[in-house]
Design a protein around this ligand. Structure first.
Ligand code: SF4
Length: 381
């Protein structure tokens, strides 16, 4: 399998890429999906959508690991902090994601902390190790939700050895199986793919070759700068116009063939690939990581009882009215959710997409989109 690099970003400016892109004669309206919260942030913050011709749509897809983290896993993390009295450490944006419980119950890790739980935000696995070493008499659980880029450092941490009192509650997910699921559906909902740069750095760009090879869909790996993103857009649109498709690497300065062999070794040594549940979406084959039995002594899923309460209303589901699952799958844009900017804002988030920095709803809000689309249309009308 060959990966092409036709769009070297080193000598062409974003403006020049845009000029080339606008000169393309598209045969019809084209929808391009990105699957990375960082990409979506760059697109929203630079106003790239508005700079494109009207027949090009950019839709955010499954690019937010916090948004797809099973509700039951967050509930379990809350219960571990409150009932098992562990020190619960997690990446910061997981702390505010609400679970489905009665209004007077603890609804998030942040509320668990307010209720007396020892819940601490961390920025890296190294911090989890440091906290465990500093507190040898406490049991520390690292609630690790993330895609390959986050799970690989967790794997490295386990492979290199961690303190006896540290375990991991893992919700690691793989991105390409979610895209594969979309493409295998009757109506994938997009015509071309901008593939994630960070994930490709770790796992290698080759993971995305199935998109053109098996599905006949143009694909290009992009970085996070405007020029890399527009180069990738130009690449997939040009492929579309010319009626051919391949995988283009528009981030060659960082994304190398084969990816990061060391990170992949750590993943293979400590984790198994398993079918995994995506919140609001269901089980996607081979889309998750589970800690290997050899590391059971550090697997919180094995060390602690499950507190999952089968009587809990809407366990595992999105909150009532929240359209996060359809936002994550690129079926609708964030401002097409009726709660967007009304009941759901960053100050009063209802779904995870409005909590996480990688959630499309939160990103759109931060970029200045403040009202649901129907309200804007009515206002304009
Ligand atoms: S606006 Fe809020 S309720 Fe609607 S999809 Fe986004 S997070 Fe969910």
């Amino acid at each position: 399998m060959s990966i092409t690099t036709i769009t070297s970003t080193t000598t062409i400016t974003t403006r020049q890429w845009l000029e080339r892109l606008r000169a393309l004669k598209l045969p019809r309206r084209v929808k391009v999906m990105n699957v990375c919260g960082g990409h979506e942030r760059s697109i929203a913050m630079t106003g790239l959508r508005k700079a494109l011709p009207p027949d090009i749509e950019l839709v955010p897809g499954p690019g937010c690991p916090v948004c797809v983290c099973p509700e039951e896993a967050i509930y379990q993390a809350i219960q571990l902090a409150l009932r098992e009295k562990v020190t619960l450490v997690a990446f910061g944006d997981m702390l505010r994601v609400p679970v489905n419980v009665r209004k007077d119950d603890v609804r998030s890790l942040e509320q668990a902390r307010a209720a007396g739980g020892d819940v601490r935000p961390i920025a890296s696995p190294l911090e989890a190790v440091r906290i465990a070493r500093k507190n040898p008499d406490r049991r520390v659980v690292f609630f690790a939700a993330g895609f390959e880029t986050t799970t690989a450092p967790v794997a490295a941490m386990l492979a290199e050895g961690v303190p006896d009192n540290l375990s991991v509650l893992l919700a690691g997910r793989r991105t390409w199986p979610a895209v594969s699921m979309l493409l295998s559906a009757d109506a994938p909902g997009f015509d071309a793919l901008v593939a994630p740069g960070h994930v490709s750095t770790v796992m290698g760009p080759e993971e995305w070759a199935f998109v053109p090879e098996r599905h006949g869909i143009p694909a290009a790996v992009a970085g996070f700068s405007a020029d890399s993103l527009v180069a990738a857009l130009y690449s997939v649109l040009r492929q579309f116009v010319e009626g051919r498709c391949f995988l283009d690497n528009c981030y060659p300065e960082v994304v190398r063939p084969g990816g990061n062999a060391g990170a992949q070794r750590h993943l293979a040594a400590t984790m198994d690939v398993v079918d995994a549940n995506w919140r609001g979406i269901g089980v996607i084959p081979a889309s998750g990581f589970a800690i290997k039995p050899a590391f059971a002594a550090h697997d919180a899923a094995r060390l602690y009882p499950s507190f999952d309460d089968t009587m809990r209303k809407r366990a595992g589901e999105m909150p009532p009215g929240c359209d996060c699952a359809r936002v994550v799958l690129g079926r609708i844009y964030p401002d097409e959710c009726r709660l967007y900017g009304r009941a759901c804002t960053p100050r009063t988030p209802i779904g995870p997409c409005m909590v996480s920095d990688e959630g499309a709803c939160r990103i759109w809000w931060a970029s200045g989109v403040r009202a649901p689309r129907e309200a804007m249309a009515a206002h304009a009308g």
